[in-house]
Write a protein that binds this ligand. Structure first.
Ligand code: ADP
Length: 242
């Protein structure tokens, strides 16, 4: 039985790649309305957890549920239909389609039966949420890295998810672009979408996240309020020590 308001449940999840244990008995619960920052040194299992949550690969052991529905073993598109959307570290938009149509395709993918006209209308709304509507007619090649990341977010929210997984959506951005991206993430959150964000910039997560979860070598070593977690000696050691 999942607690009321629980949106994402990860229970005793282990993932092995051959002899490598990328995640080791991880349990985690995310409630509706949260922005959870997922942090940890390189190779600690963050992307693997995102891959398991989005259904890109199954856990070796353990179960995952979204909104009380077990998704373990479902194909990625079935997991998407339970309300999970994700972005990728390296966005790969369709190069020959306009920004608007890239988002419209994502709308049609998430809502089978939508007409192209209604998908384009919805696409413009999603582009407005990420403040990219002025580039609706541009081709993706004309966008800079920041704008491509925003397009990636628009494509993800086009599926109208309940939870959005952001995998290093701020990587490579300058400080002004980071502020802008953080404002966009807050807008997405304000629209009722819960967020799990993989991010190295602890300063940003300290402002943005309602909670921070720390992985170290596949093990969940801390889970709590940002201010508390970022002062936790085990967390500081995982980042600075070794
Ligand atoms: P992070 O995102 O925190 O940098 P990852 O989840 O990418 O960590 O990786 C965790 C561990 O799992 C690493 O040792 C990595 O080499 C391994 N790993 C991740 N994905 C694969 C894969 N598809 N095949 C083999 N090993 C993988």
């Amino acid at each position: 039985q999942s607690p009321p308001g629980e949106l994402v449940s990860v229970a005793g999840v282990t993932r092995d790649f051959g002899g490598v244990r990328a995640l080791d008995d991880v349990s985690l619960s995310v409630s509706s309305g949260e922005i959870v920052g997922l942090v940890g040194p390189n190779g600690s299992g963050k992307t693997t957890l995102v891959n398991l949550l989005s259904g890109a690969m199954p856990p070796t052991r353990g179960t995952i549920a979204i909104g009380g529905r077990t998704t373990t073993g479902l194909a990625p598109h079935r997991v998407a239909h339970t309300g999970v959307a994700r972005t990728y570290q390296i966005p790969k938009p369709f190069a020959s389609m306009t920004v608007r149509d890239n988002v419209a395709m994502a709308v049609m993918f998430g809502r089978t039966g939508a007409s192209l006209a209604s998908a384009r209308e919805a696409a413009v709304r999603h582009l407005a949420t990420v403040r990219l509507e002025h580039l609706a007619d541009a081709l993706p090649d004309a966008l800079n890295l920041h704008q491509r990341q925003l397009l990636e977010m628009a494509r993800a929210i086009a599926a109208e998810p309940v939870v959005l997984l952001l995998d290093e959506a701020l990587a490579g951005l300058n400080p002004a672009e980071i502020d802008d991206a953080v404002a966009v993430i807050r807008r997405i959150h304000a629209a009722g979408i819960s967020i799990i964000i993989v991010e190295h910039l602890l300063r940003v997560l300290n402002q943005l996240a309602t909670r921070i979860v720390v992985l170290d070598r596949g093990v969940l070593i801390a889970d709590g309020e940002p201010a508390t977690v970022l002062r936790d000696p085990a967390v500081v050691r995982a980042y600075l020590g070794r």
